[in-house]
Design a protein around this ligand. Structure first.
Ligand SMILES: [Zn+2]
Length: 454
């Protein structure tokens, strides 16, 4: 271990807002970035202090006194002064003291680049009236410490800086954390709140699958506006993805299917939200139920694997799956539009698309006690399908109301010796979940002679 100590300095504050524009105020953003770095360093066991942890005003003298008051004026004291630029440029800059080399500033620049920000330069700036002195007081008046000013981007940039500062600042801050650790010789560890470092071949979908999160949730957690990932980028995978949770307590006779149907979500989503690896429930068990805005996002966001056939193009596949070429590129992290026969592509399955296997409808008169969920569950359709077939805008039903109920073409299969749900699902090109749902099965066990609707 070494005796490095870190001081985090959020630029400006209180009556000094710094630069502002495009909905950004420098003093607020520098505080957010600083708190992030401060908390991460504490988490990693690095000695760290912060000059302000609220919106207070600090004069240059007060700031310097605070910095030197924490750990003294030692070369092993690293000062990170966080700032946001203005002036219409684009990209990050690091300014280091005349007494230091550029090594630390260069490391910071590298890490900011890994987080998707372009790095303009690492440089020193001299006082015009005395070129042996630093221009900025944070360099000039901080003794033998090693201070850097980090300008994370231009809040008045015409390029991508505004988006970087608004939506990616935590990742930029994480980049600075990595640079600090590398410089002081500590081992870097992703956050215990599951910071995930993007690897070659990853997509939002594949990462989500691994962590039980939907693509939309990962995007929301990380304030991402596109599905593009870059290698080395860090993603937050926990925190509080479900903003509006309901807890459901499992009762006698409940199944995942009945609970999912009741809440208008899929069994897979229910399992993912609750990290369930099997379909069995126990009475009294608590389940998180995604509700509100988040629940509607979940419905209709699922993916399937499509194997590229001769003659396929991204355009034709996009058409088939009612999506766009750019969405397909994003989901699959494609860098070119060239497809190879046999290549596997993830394609979105939009549950809003009415199932093409539905060929016929029957009329159903709503009875007392019926709900869209109960009718949907009985009919083997989703609440959304039922609503779209009947042009319903709300979930309210009135007794006597007539609903169109889809009749699917069904096959009745009689279970033979040696059959498993898996073998049947394979043979009939369906899934175990689908069969269980259609037949209200609560376990995977089959008996010979049992009839199954496919
Ligand atoms: Zn500033």
């Amino acid at each position: 271990m070494n005796d490095y100590k870190i001081v985090i300095d959020p630029g400006h504050g209180g009556s000094d807002p710094g630069a502002s524009g495009n909905g950004l105020v420098e003093k607020n953003l520098t505080l957010n970035i600083s708190r992030y770095i401060y908390n991460r360093l504490r988490e990693l066991g690095v000695p760290v202090s912060i000059t302000r942890n609220d919106d207070s005003t600090l004069s240059p003298t007060e700031r310097v006194n605070k910095i030197l008051g924490f750990y003294g004026s030692d070369p092993n004291v690293i000062v990170i002064s966080n700032h946001i630029n203005a002036g219409g440029g684009d990209g990050a800059e690091v300014i280091y003291a005349l007494r230091n080399s550029s090594r630390f500033a260069d490391l910071i620049g590298n890490e900011l680049q890994k987080e998707g920000q372009n790095f303009r330069k690492a440089y020193q700036r001299r006082l015009p009236s005395n070129s042996s002195k630093d221009y900025y007081f944070i360099h000039r008046n901080t003794g033998n410490t090693e201070p850097v000013i980090i300008e994370y981007g231009f809040l008045d940039s015409s390029k991508d800086d505004v988006n970087q500062l608004k939506n990616n600042y935590e990742n930029l801050a994480e980049g600075v954390v990595r640079a600090i650790l590398e410089y002081i010789g500590y081992d870097y560890q992703p956050s215990t709140s599951d910071l995930y470092v993007v690897k070659k071949g990853d997509s939002l979908w594949s990462i989500g699958k691994k962590y039980g999160l939907s693509v939309d949730e990962i995007k929301r957690l990380n304030s991402l506006t596109s599905n593009m990932l870059s290698i080395g980028q860090t993603l937050k995978l926990s925190g509080d993805p479900i903003t509006n949770n309901d807890i459901y307590i499992v009762k006698n006779g409940d199944t995942l299917y009945s609970i999912a149907a009741r809440y208008g979500i899929s069994v897979d989503d229910l399992k993912n939200y609750n990290n369930l690896s099997s379909n069995s429930l126990s009475v009294g068990q608590q389940l998180y139920i995604p509700t509100g805005q988040d629940a509607s996002d979940l419905i209709g966001t699922d993916y399937d694997t499509y194997v590229v056939q001769p003659g396929d193009s991204l355009f034709s596949i996009a058409n088939t799956y009612n999506t766009s070429v750019s969405n397909l590129r994003d989901i699959n992290n494609l860098t070119s539009d060239t497809l190879v026969v046999g290549q596997q592509l993830l394609v979105p399955i939009n549950e809003d698309i009415v199932d093409t296997s539905i060929t016929n409808f029957t009329n159903y008169r709503v009875l007392t006690g019926d709900t869209l969920y109960s009718i949907a569950a009985r009919s083997g359709v989703t609440v959304d399908e039922l609503k779209s077939i009947n042009n319903l805008t709300s979930n309210n039903l009135s007794v006597g109301q007539v609903l169109k109920i889809p009749v699917r073409e069904t096959t009745v299969y009689t279970v033979k010796r040696g059959d498993t749900l898996y073998s049947i699902a394979r043979e009939y090109n369906t899934s175990i979940d689908e069969i269980m749902k259609k037949n209200n099965l609560t376990s995977n066990l089959l008996s010979i002679g049992q009839q199954i609707i496919l």
